[in-house]
Design a protein around this ligand. Structure first.
Ligand SMILES: NC(=O)c1ccc[n+]([C@@H]2O[C@H](COP(=O)([O-])OP(=O)(O)OC[C@H]3O[C@@H](n4cnc5c(N)ncnc54)[C@H](OP(=O)(O)O)[C@@H]3O)[C@@H](O)[C@H]2O)c1
Length: 299
């Protein structure tokens, strides 16, 4: 191992983002990578419930880290809405426990694009924040804990899509679509909610660059194109030649949990700062397509 070797701890590695980050960092000789989650999995080296401060201190004693990428959370809005106590513990107390156990580490914290709620959308990082559900509220509380750390990065990603080889309780856009088609269920998708979906591989690369270039501050990350949730699903279905009768456009007022209607963001700042161009949506959907080829889940 070279003298430049650094240690990274990635939380939430049974999840979509965590497991892709883990694969990326594991490929590099620069990093000693540890993945942690509550349950077991191929990207989990250390099991810990991060809501337990004693367990987190134990984790820090056993796994020192220069960088903590904190991707663990309860990310399902309906679960957070239904069980606020559990959501607060997972999204806020876990963050507090990690900060106190790793006082000298650089933190990369996953917040969400949904913190903004303006009618005109296209929010940059200076737009006002205003939580429309409890999940978003806990993400803002997490941001407040992370913000005072001078070297920290807070990412506010739009919806992240990607392929997961194994079944996972919380399903991202793409895996939910696949699951619905497999069980012959129609996906209802709002035609009036706009966003900037981004492929998980691109998110992982942005995180890598953010660490290498010692980025600090708050950054949006999402595709440069605005698209409705219905149209995005339709484009994915066409690329995969899925049966489009399993997709139905709906009005978002029919949904149980409220979200901003215009959820579009501008990701100019991170691209300028990192000198990195987020690929076009068509390229990211192609990346998704390539990442799934030959996998039995899609046959
Ligand atoms: N996916 C998106 O579209 C999106 C968009 C914006 C922001 N984000 C944020 O980005 C981050 C990653 O998202 P994701 O899609 O990868 O989430 P995910 O697939 O739902 O994964 C969440 C991870 O958090 C872990 N976790 C939850 N509670 C925990 C606890 N008490 N202790 C330890 N681990 C715990 C889970 O572990 P177990 O499986 O072991 O329970 C799982 O590994 C999250 O913070 C999410 O809020 C996601």
């Amino acid at each position: 191992m070279g003298s430049e070797t650094r240690q990274v701890l990635i939380t939430g590695t049974t999840g979509l983002v965590g497991c892709h980050l883990y694969d990326l960092f594991r490929c590099s000789e620069t990093w000693i990578t540890t993945g942690t989650s509550r349950s077991t999995g191929k990207s989990v080296d250390y099991r810990a419930d991060l809501t337990d401060p004693i367990r987190v201190r134990e984790l820090a004693r056993n796994v020192p880290a220069d960088v903590v990428i904190h991707a663990a959370a309860i990310s399902k809005t309906d679960v957070c809405q239904a069980d606020r106590g559990r959501c607060y513990k997972a999204n806020v107390e876990s963050t507090k426990n990690l900060i106190s156990a790793y006082p000298h580490a650089k933190f990369i914290f996953f917040s969400t694009y949904a913190v903004y709620n303006t009618p005109e959308g296209k929010c940059d990082e200076s737009a006002p924040v205003s939580p429309t559900n409890y999940y978003i509220e806990t993400k803002l509380l997490g941001e407040n804990l992370i913000s005072p750390l001078s070297s920290a990065v807070i990412l506010r990603p739009s919806v992240i899509f990607g392929f997961m080889e194994y079944d996972h309780e919380s399903k991202n856009y793409f895996m939910q679509l696949v699951e619905n088609i497999r069980s012959k269920k129609v996906t209802q998708s709002p035609v009036d909610q706009y966003f900037n979906p981004i492929h998980v591989g691109v998110v992982a690369e942005i995180v890598r660059l953010a660490i290498v270039k010692d980025l600090r501050g708050i950054y949006n990350i999402g595709s440069n194109e605005d698209i409705s949730k219905f149209e995005f699903n339709q484009r994915v279905m066409r690329r995969f030649r899925f049966d489009e009768t399993y997709l139905e456009g709906i009005d978002s007022r029919a949904l149980a949990v409220t979200r901003p209607n215009n959820g579009t963001i501008s990701s100019g700042l991170i691209q300028e700062t990192l000198k990195y161009r987020i690929p076009r949506l068509s390229e990211m959907i192609d990346q998704l397509f390539v990442s799934t080829q030959g996998h039995p889940l899609l046959e």
